[in-house]
Design a protein around this ligand. Structure first.
Ligand SMILES: [Zn+2]
Length: 252
């Protein structure tokens, strides 16, 4: 690290659990952020400010006026621009020393597999179950930790799925792929703006911890936030021995 980096990251380096060694892990790390909307904005901004060396942003959407109430990586003047590119500009202004790759595309299964393979940690910041399950399958198959967040109305939730442990559940253990969940997108439902900031920032925190191997992750726990009463609920999530995605012998 040069003198400028020692200054930029000094408040991390001062932390006993991080220090120069932890900060160098972040500078050498690669994060994949899928979705550059309400969750992806704060998550990616904190990864960038914290000095994660390479951040890949994937989003096939463009910035819309209705996004600006909560998707804080975007600006009024960038309405109509691709979200991934708009977020890349914001991240570059926060920290020009890191590499930010903006992919204006909807990644299919094969593409996700390739992108996850190159990442040290994956942040699911999307808003639909089909993509969530595709991301989970890739993370399980490739043994990559997944930080998953979701927000709708006044409710948020976050968990970590870490297939490296060999004992922790995957996303599909918790939300089976064949189960029909209400797939309500933020495009049609209301979302209380700061809640995506709360959950997105926590996704960044969990991702940074995983990259530095600091503390204890949320693997095996699901945190749920009721934003109206501002109450957190933590539930333990067990591995499903018959999970078609992560159980031993499962077809991957
Ligand atoms: Zn599973």
């Amino acid at each position: 690290m040069n003198d400028q980096q020692l200054l930029r990251y000094s408040r991390h380096i001062l932390l006993d659990q991080i220090g120069i060694e932890g900060q160098q892990k972040l500078l050498a790390a690669r994060a994949l952020v899928i979705g550059a909307g309400g969750l992806g904005s704060p998550a990616a901004m904190y990864l960038a400010s914290a000095g994660v060396g390479q951040i890949t942003l994937v989003d096939n959407d463009t910035v819309d006026l209705t996004n600006l109430q909560r998707q804080i990586a975007h600006t009024t003047e960038r309405v109509g621009q691709p979200k991934a590119e708009s977020a890349r500009q914001t991240l570059g202004q926060i920290n020009p020393e890191i590499q930010v790759i903006a992919l204006n595309e909807r990644a299919d299964e094969a593409r996700l597999h390739a992108l996850v393979a190159e990442a040290d940690v994956v942040l699911d910041c999307t808003d639909n179950f089909a993509t969530r399950h595709a991301v989970n399958r890739a993370c399980v198959a490739l043994g990559k930790p997944l930080v998953s967040g979701a927000v709708i109305r006044f409710d948020g939730q976050i968990s970590v799925f870490d297939p490296r442990s060999g004992t922790q559940p995957c996303y599909s253990c918790l939300f089976p792929q064949d189960q029909k969940f209400e797939d309500v997108a933020c495009s049609t439902m209301g979302v209380f703006a700061p809640l995506v900031g709360v959950i997105g920032a926590m996704q960044a925190a969990e991702a940074l911890k995983l990259l530095m191997d600091v503390g204890t992750s949320l693997a095996g726990r699901l945190l749920m936030l009721d934003g109206l009463y501002m109450e957190w609920t933590s539930i333990s999530v067990a591995r499903n021995g018959d999970c078609p995605v992560c159980a031993s012998g499962a077809a991957k």
